[in-house]
Design a binder for this molecule. Structure first.
Ligand code: MF3
Ligand code: CO
Length: 256
Protein backbone atom coordinates (compact mmCIF):
# COMPACT_ATOMS: atom_id res chain seq x y z
CA UNK A 1 0.00 0.00 0.00
CA UNK A 2 1.26 3.47 -0.86
CA UNK A 3 0.66 5.83 2.07
CA UNK A 4 -0.66 9.27 1.13
CA UNK A 5 0.21 12.19 3.40
CA UNK A 6 -2.06 15.00 4.57
CA UNK A 7 -0.98 18.64 4.10
CA UNK A 8 -0.05 18.75 7.81
CA UNK A 9 2.15 15.68 7.37
CA UNK A 10 3.77 17.21 4.31
CA UNK A 11 4.64 20.28 6.39
CA UNK A 12 6.49 17.99 8.81
CA UNK A 13 8.26 16.28 5.94
CA UNK A 14 9.23 19.69 4.67
CA UNK A 15 11.09 20.37 7.92
CA UNK A 16 13.00 17.08 7.61
CA UNK A 17 13.65 17.89 3.98
CA UNK A 18 15.08 21.31 4.71
CA UNK A 19 17.33 19.86 7.40
CA UNK A 20 18.87 17.36 4.97
CA UNK A 21 19.23 20.21 2.48
CA UNK A 22 21.14 22.31 5.03
CA UNK A 23 23.37 19.37 5.90
CA UNK A 24 24.21 18.76 2.24
CA UNK A 25 24.96 22.47 1.73
CA UNK A 26 27.45 22.23 4.58
CA UNK A 27 28.89 19.00 3.13
CA UNK A 28 29.48 20.71 -0.24
CA UNK A 29 31.37 23.45 1.60
CA UNK A 30 33.67 21.15 3.56
CA UNK A 31 34.22 18.39 0.97
CA UNK A 32 37.57 19.55 -0.44
CA UNK A 33 40.99 18.03 -1.09
CA UNK A 34 42.60 16.70 2.08
CA UNK A 35 39.38 16.16 4.05
CA UNK A 36 38.43 12.59 5.05
CA UNK A 37 35.00 11.09 4.57
CA UNK A 38 34.88 10.67 8.36
CA UNK A 39 35.23 14.46 8.71
CA UNK A 40 32.02 14.75 6.70
CA UNK A 41 30.34 12.16 8.93
CA UNK A 42 31.32 14.01 12.10
CA UNK A 43 30.02 17.35 10.82
CA UNK A 44 26.73 15.82 9.66
CA UNK A 45 26.22 13.94 12.93
CA UNK A 46 26.69 17.19 14.86
CA UNK A 47 24.19 19.10 12.71
CA UNK A 48 21.58 16.37 13.14
CA UNK A 49 22.07 16.34 16.90
CA UNK A 50 21.93 20.14 17.12
CA UNK A 51 18.64 20.13 15.19
CA UNK A 52 17.08 17.67 17.64
CA UNK A 53 16.72 15.12 14.83
CA UNK A 54 17.83 11.49 14.52
CA UNK A 55 19.96 10.03 11.75
CA UNK A 56 17.86 7.81 9.47
CA UNK A 57 20.58 5.44 8.29
CA UNK A 58 22.58 4.71 11.45
CA UNK A 59 21.10 1.55 12.95
CA UNK A 60 18.79 1.03 9.98
CA UNK A 61 18.38 -2.64 9.12
CA UNK A 62 19.02 -3.33 5.46
CA UNK A 63 17.57 -6.71 4.49
CA UNK A 64 19.84 -7.20 1.46
CA UNK A 65 22.90 -6.71 3.67
CA UNK A 66 21.43 -8.68 6.59
CA UNK A 67 22.67 -6.06 9.09
CA UNK A 68 22.24 -2.51 10.29
CA UNK A 69 24.10 0.37 8.66
CA UNK A 70 26.65 1.85 11.08
CA UNK A 71 26.94 5.53 10.01
CA UNK A 72 24.94 8.75 9.61
CA UNK A 73 26.16 9.27 6.04
CA UNK A 74 26.86 7.16 3.02
CA UNK A 75 30.02 8.58 1.41
CA UNK A 76 30.64 6.78 -1.88
CA UNK A 77 33.83 7.76 -3.69
CA UNK A 78 34.48 7.34 -7.44
CA UNK A 79 33.46 3.79 -8.50
CA UNK A 80 31.50 3.35 -5.27
CA UNK A 81 27.82 3.57 -6.15
CA UNK A 82 26.12 3.67 -2.75
CA UNK A 83 26.56 2.63 0.92
CA UNK A 84 30.20 3.73 0.96
CA UNK A 85 31.20 4.06 4.61
CA UNK A 86 32.89 7.08 6.16
CA UNK A 87 36.53 6.31 6.92
CA UNK A 88 39.17 8.56 8.50
CA UNK A 89 41.76 7.04 6.13
CA UNK A 90 39.77 7.92 3.03
CA UNK A 91 41.21 11.32 2.20
CA UNK A 92 39.55 13.08 -0.70
CA UNK A 93 41.93 14.13 -3.47
CA UNK A 94 41.64 16.23 -6.58
CA UNK A 95 39.84 14.36 -9.37
CA UNK A 96 37.66 12.34 -6.96
CA UNK A 97 33.91 12.51 -6.84
CA UNK A 98 32.04 11.76 -3.63
CA UNK A 99 28.37 10.96 -3.31
CA UNK A 100 27.08 12.17 0.05
CA UNK A 101 23.74 10.67 1.07
CA UNK A 102 21.99 11.70 4.28
CA UNK A 103 18.69 10.84 5.94
CA UNK A 104 17.09 12.26 9.07
CA UNK A 105 14.00 11.68 11.17
CA UNK A 106 12.44 14.80 12.64
CA UNK A 107 9.12 14.84 14.49
CA UNK A 108 8.31 11.34 13.22
CA UNK A 109 8.98 11.98 9.52
CA UNK A 110 11.94 11.19 7.33
CA UNK A 111 13.92 13.24 4.85
CA UNK A 112 16.51 11.73 2.49
CA UNK A 113 18.72 13.40 -0.11
CA UNK A 114 22.03 12.91 -1.88
CA UNK A 115 24.47 14.92 -3.98
CA UNK A 116 27.67 13.99 -5.77
CA UNK A 117 30.43 16.53 -5.34
CA UNK A 118 33.57 16.92 -7.49
CA UNK A 119 36.83 17.41 -5.58
CA UNK A 120 39.33 19.85 -7.12
CA UNK A 121 39.70 19.34 -10.86
CA UNK A 122 37.73 16.44 -12.35
CA UNK A 123 37.88 15.19 -15.94
CA UNK A 124 35.49 16.42 -18.61
CA UNK A 125 33.87 12.97 -18.72
CA UNK A 126 33.31 12.99 -14.95
CA UNK A 127 31.86 16.48 -15.07
CA UNK A 128 29.44 15.24 -17.72
CA UNK A 129 28.51 12.21 -15.60
CA UNK A 130 27.53 14.51 -12.73
CA UNK A 131 25.60 16.87 -15.04
CA UNK A 132 23.67 14.08 -16.75
CA UNK A 133 22.78 12.40 -13.45
CA UNK A 134 21.59 15.70 -11.95
CA UNK A 135 19.61 16.50 -15.10
CA UNK A 136 18.01 13.04 -15.07
CA UNK A 137 16.75 13.73 -11.55
CA UNK A 138 15.33 17.11 -12.62
CA UNK A 139 13.53 15.52 -15.57
CA UNK A 140 12.12 12.86 -13.24
CA UNK A 141 10.96 15.48 -10.73
CA UNK A 142 8.88 17.15 -13.47
CA UNK A 143 6.99 13.88 -13.88
CA UNK A 144 6.13 13.39 -10.20
CA UNK A 145 2.55 14.51 -10.84
CA UNK A 146 -0.92 13.21 -10.05
CA UNK A 147 -2.25 11.21 -12.98
CA UNK A 148 1.16 10.09 -14.23
CA UNK A 149 2.38 6.56 -13.68
CA UNK A 150 5.45 5.56 -11.74
CA UNK A 151 7.09 4.37 -14.96
CA UNK A 152 6.89 7.92 -16.34
CA UNK A 153 9.31 8.95 -13.58
CA UNK A 154 11.60 5.96 -14.17
CA UNK A 155 11.57 6.50 -17.94
CA UNK A 156 12.66 10.12 -17.57
CA UNK A 157 15.85 9.02 -15.81
CA UNK A 158 16.55 6.05 -18.05
CA UNK A 159 16.08 7.89 -21.34
CA UNK A 160 18.27 10.83 -20.40
CA UNK A 161 21.05 8.61 -19.07
CA UNK A 162 21.07 6.27 -22.07
CA UNK A 163 20.91 9.12 -24.57
CA UNK A 164 24.12 10.44 -23.05
CA UNK A 165 25.95 7.11 -23.20
CA UNK A 166 25.92 6.31 -19.47
CA UNK A 167 24.14 3.47 -17.68
CA UNK A 168 21.55 3.17 -14.96
CA UNK A 169 22.26 0.95 -11.96
CA UNK A 170 19.45 -1.57 -11.56
CA UNK A 171 20.14 -3.15 -8.18
CA UNK A 172 19.37 -0.01 -6.15
CA UNK A 173 16.20 2.03 -6.45
CA UNK A 174 14.34 4.97 -4.97
CA UNK A 175 11.39 4.59 -2.65
CA UNK A 176 8.33 6.05 -1.02
CA UNK A 177 9.12 7.88 2.22
CA UNK A 178 7.19 9.18 5.23
CA UNK A 179 7.02 7.76 8.75
CA UNK A 180 9.32 5.03 7.38
CA UNK A 181 12.56 5.62 5.51
CA UNK A 182 11.57 3.09 2.88
CA UNK A 183 7.90 2.87 1.98
CA UNK A 184 6.11 1.63 -1.10
CA UNK A 185 6.51 2.02 -3.98
CA UNK A 186 9.99 1.14 -5.13
CA UNK A 187 11.14 3.77 -7.62
CA UNK A 188 13.47 2.16 -10.18
CA UNK A 189 15.57 4.31 -12.48
CA UNK A 190 14.60 2.14 -15.43
CA UNK A 191 11.36 0.85 -16.86
CA UNK A 192 10.67 -2.81 -16.30
CA UNK A 193 7.33 -4.16 -17.48
CA UNK A 194 7.43 -6.72 -14.67
CA UNK A 195 7.22 -4.01 -12.00
CA UNK A 196 3.75 -2.90 -11.02
CA UNK A 197 3.14 0.55 -12.21
CA UNK A 198 0.85 2.52 -9.89
CA UNK A 199 -0.78 5.77 -10.87
CA UNK A 200 0.60 8.70 -8.87
CA UNK A 201 -1.80 10.52 -6.57
CA UNK A 202 -1.84 13.66 -4.48
CA UNK A 203 -0.16 13.18 -1.10
CA UNK A 204 2.31 10.54 -2.21
CA UNK A 205 5.97 11.27 -1.51
CA UNK A 206 8.75 9.70 -3.56
CA UNK A 207 12.50 9.65 -2.95
CA UNK A 208 13.89 9.59 -6.49
CA UNK A 209 17.58 8.70 -6.60
CA UNK A 210 19.28 8.01 -9.91
CA UNK A 211 22.53 6.06 -9.58
CA UNK A 212 24.44 6.28 -12.86
CA UNK A 213 27.64 4.56 -13.93
CA UNK A 214 29.98 6.06 -16.51
CA UNK A 215 30.62 2.56 -17.91
CA UNK A 216 28.70 -0.69 -17.56
CA UNK A 217 25.63 -0.85 -15.32
CA UNK A 218 26.59 -3.89 -13.25
CA UNK A 219 27.39 -3.54 -9.56
CA UNK A 220 29.04 -5.75 -6.98
CA UNK A 221 29.17 -5.46 -3.19
CA UNK A 222 32.63 -5.36 -1.63
CA UNK A 223 33.68 -7.83 1.06
CA UNK A 224 32.75 -5.32 3.76
CA UNK A 225 29.17 -6.35 2.95
CA UNK A 226 28.08 -2.75 2.27
CA UNK A 227 29.94 -0.85 -0.39
CA UNK A 228 28.30 -1.27 -3.78
CA UNK A 229 30.76 -0.54 -6.58
CA UNK A 230 30.64 -0.44 -10.37
CA UNK A 231 31.92 -3.86 -11.47
CA UNK A 232 33.98 -2.33 -14.26
CA UNK A 233 35.51 0.23 -11.88
CA UNK A 234 34.00 3.21 -13.72
CA UNK A 235 32.86 6.28 -11.80
CA UNK A 236 29.32 6.39 -10.44
CA UNK A 237 27.15 9.39 -9.58
CA UNK A 238 24.10 9.67 -7.32
CA UNK A 239 21.61 12.47 -6.70
CA UNK A 240 18.43 12.22 -4.63
CA UNK A 241 15.46 14.36 -3.70
CA UNK A 242 12.18 13.72 -1.89
CA UNK A 243 9.22 14.97 -3.90
CA UNK A 244 5.62 15.34 -2.75
CA UNK A 245 2.72 15.23 -5.20
CA UNK A 246 0.47 18.24 -4.66
CA UNK A 247 -2.41 19.82 -6.56
CA UNK A 248 0.09 22.45 -7.69
CA UNK A 249 2.51 19.85 -9.06
CA UNK A 250 5.77 18.44 -7.72
CA UNK A 251 6.99 19.86 -4.42
CA UNK A 252 10.68 19.14 -3.84
CA UNK A 253 10.79 18.85 -0.06
CA UNK A 254 14.58 18.62 0.12
CA UNK A 255 15.44 22.05 -1.27
CA UNK A 256 14.14 25.56 -0.60
N1 MF3 B 1 19.46 6.94 0.15
C1 MF3 B 1 19.68 5.52 0.35
C2 MF3 B 1 18.32 4.90 0.47
O1 MF3 B 1 17.39 5.62 0.57
C3 MF3 B 1 20.56 5.28 1.52
C4 MF3 B 1 20.23 4.16 2.42
S1 MF3 B 1 21.42 4.01 3.62
C5 MF3 B 1 21.03 2.68 4.54
O2 MF3 B 1 18.12 3.73 0.42
F1 MF3 B 1 21.10 2.98 5.80
F2 MF3 B 1 19.84 2.27 4.29
F3 MF3 B 1 21.88 1.76 4.28
CO1 CO C 1 16.81 7.12 -0.40
Amino acid sequence: MIVRKTPAELEKMRRSGLLVYQILQKMKEIAVEGVSTMDLEDAAAKMIGDAGAKPAFKGYYVPAAGKTYPFVLCTSVNEEIVHGMPNPKRILKSGDIVSIDVGVKLDGYYGDSAVTVPIGEVSEQTRKLLDVTRESLELAIERVRAGNRLSDVSAAVEEHVKKNGFSVVREYVGHGIGTQLHEEPQVPNYVDRRNDNPRLKEGMVLAVEPMVNAGRPESVVRRDGWTAVARDGSNSAHFEHCIAITNDGPWVLTRP
